[in-house]
Write a protein that binds this ligand. Structure first.
Ligand SMILES: C[S@@+](CC[C@H](N)C(=O)[O-])C[C@H]1O[C@@H](n2cnc3c(N)ncnc32)[C@H](O)[C@@H]1O
Length: 472
């Protein structure tokens, strides 16, 4: 007799939990504990071992699918309807430095009145906001109106002294060892402000069909009429610009360093080989690469007028140099072994992405490789409905067996969130997009590049896998 979906999902969870427990026993590394705010990666088996990461992903996918299957449908849909409210609650806690205050309070937590006092906000209201989050497992209500950090809320800890956060709020995220809190703060603030107006933009007969960045929902909502990165050049945006640079580092660090280090066989390049980090921002990818491979010469290119290099090593070290360059103009480096683009192609609609890739193709030698690191969006439909040539290209991407959605559903939807959904950034803010592999292949081919390989990076979140292309 065929098993019900409910039983299949429950079996998947039981089997994968058994795998996690076995690996935990064998390695002596603990299982996760939601109440424990100690985030040291090495302290959790499901973040350190490839088989455990795999099992954890199945558990999360099946668990979230079970919720979709078993919650009253209208309640489930309303959880999505209220998604913006949950994000707004989280923003209050981030801006009020609740996590850092609770870090000092320890496991017994602190009454919401005391947390609120430092930001001069209403303690009763903050308690309701924190309970909303605690009900979604972010913070723990240890006694009525008294909250403590847990495994999830601790991710927002800048690790700075609370007194410093309140005396120097503009530099809250500067110089932190973990840039994730900056990514959360940035996304909850500027990136989220326009999301609810997506429909109005899509319905607009002109903006809805436009590929121009300035026709994004974000531009229209905030009344900004220059491209996002140009808007950043303006002196009043200095604080946001600094935060953005750190936030990008935070997004990137959600994936293991191997996303960069295994994207290409860097060690195989000869001494002095040139790697160009195109649109390299504050140079966080370039620095990682340079530190691991001292034989490479890394050039970080970005708009000179709009970007502050925050890591002095980028300028001081002879190995990594910073070069002002607009990637919509011809590429000046003609001897690059690798053109490296992380979080670049996804920022632009096809006509613009084509200009960038075409300029790089124009400067490529026969031996140049193009490495693109963006999310590769998987379909949510059954595998057998995907055209075979596209499916073949997707082989390096992880696929779940039924009854799970092939893309692991809500447990693996970060790329989709970045693209259009929960925080519809690319579509809402930049009028650009994350792409699926077929789309990327076509885009590359239209600029004279041949997609060579999608590189499988174990343990990378979502479908954030690098791809390599060579001159066609
Ligand atoms: C999302 S950030 C990615 C930064 C970096 N690649 C990383 O992964 O950390 C996009 C970068 O593109 C740069 N950018 C935007 N327009 C540009 C242009 N026309 N020429 C060069 N860089 C540009 C921005 O200044 C920003 O640093």
């Amino acid at each position: 007799m065929a098993l019900s979906t409910l039983t299949q999902l429950s079996n998947l969870i039981s089997q994968s939990v058994a795998t996690l427990e076995r690996i935990s026993t064998e390695t002596g590394i603990a299982l996760p504990d939601l109440d424990n705010p100690n985030l040291a990666v090495e302290s959790e088996v499901l973040r350190t071992n490839a088989a455990a990461i795999e099992a954890a992903r199945v558990i999360a996918a099946a668990g979230l699918q079970l919720a979709a299957l078993t919650m009253p449908p209208k309640d489930y849909v309303f959880e999505v309807v209220f998604g913006a409210h949950l994000a707004a609650s989280l923003r209050v806690c981030v801006e009020a430095n609740a996590t850092e205050i609770l870090r000092d309070a320890g496991p017994n937590g602190l009454h919401a009145d005391k947390i609120a006092e430092k930001s001069h906000i209403d303690g009763g209201k903050l308690a309701r906001i924190m309970r909303h989050l605690a009900s979604h497992h972010i913070y723990r209500e240890v006694a009525p109106d008294t909250f403590a950090n847990n495994r999830l809320s601790a991710t927002l800890d800048t690790e700075k002294p609370v007194a410093e956060l309140f005396s120097d709020p503009d530099n809250k995220h500067t110089g932190t060892s973990d840039a994730f809190p900056a990514a959360a703060a940035w996304t909850l603030d500027l990136w989220s402000k326009a999301a609810c107006n997506l429909w109005e933009t899509l319905k607009d007969p002109e903006a809805g069909f436009s590929n121009e960045a300035i026709d994004s929902t974000w531009h229209r909502t905030l009344g900004i009429n220059v491209p996002f990165h140009r808007w950043f050049e303006q002196p009043p945006q200095r604080k946001l610009r600094t935060l953005f640079g750190i936030a990008i580092k935070g997004y990137a660090e959600m994936n293991p360093p191997s996303t960069i280090l295994d994207a290409f066989p860097w060690a195989s390049l000869p001494k002095g080989a040139v790697v160009v980090d195109v649109g390299g921002g504050i140079g966080s990818a370039a620095l990682l690469l340079a530190q691991k491979h001292p034989h490479l010469r890394v050039i970080v290119q970005d708009l000179p007028e709009s970007w502050e290099v925050q890591f002095p090593e980028v300028n001081q070290s002879g190995q990594v140099t910073f070069e002002g360059h607009d990637f919509f103009t011809p590429q000046p480096v003609h001897n690059a072994s690798v053109f490296f683009l992380r979080y670049i192609v996804h920022n632009w609609s096809d006509p613009y992405a084509r200009k960038i890739l075409t300029h790089l193709r124009g400067a490529a030698t026969r031996d140049t490789t193009l490495v693109v690191v963006d999310h590769i969006l998987p379909y949510a439909c059954p595998q057998e409905t995907i055209p075979p040539d596209v499916a073949a290209l997707s082989e390096a991407l992880d696929t779940a067996a039924p009854p799970l959605l092939p893309n692991f559903g809500a447990a693996n939807a970060l790329g989709h969130s970045l693209d259009t959904l929960t925080f519809p950034q690319m579509l809402v803010n930049l009028n650009a997009q994350e792409r699926n592999i077929g789309h990327l292949k076509q885009l590359l081919e239209s600029c004279g590049w041949k997609l060579q390989q999608v590189v499988r990076i174990e343990g990378s979140s979502g479908f954030y896998q690098p791809l390599r292309a060579v001159p066609a």
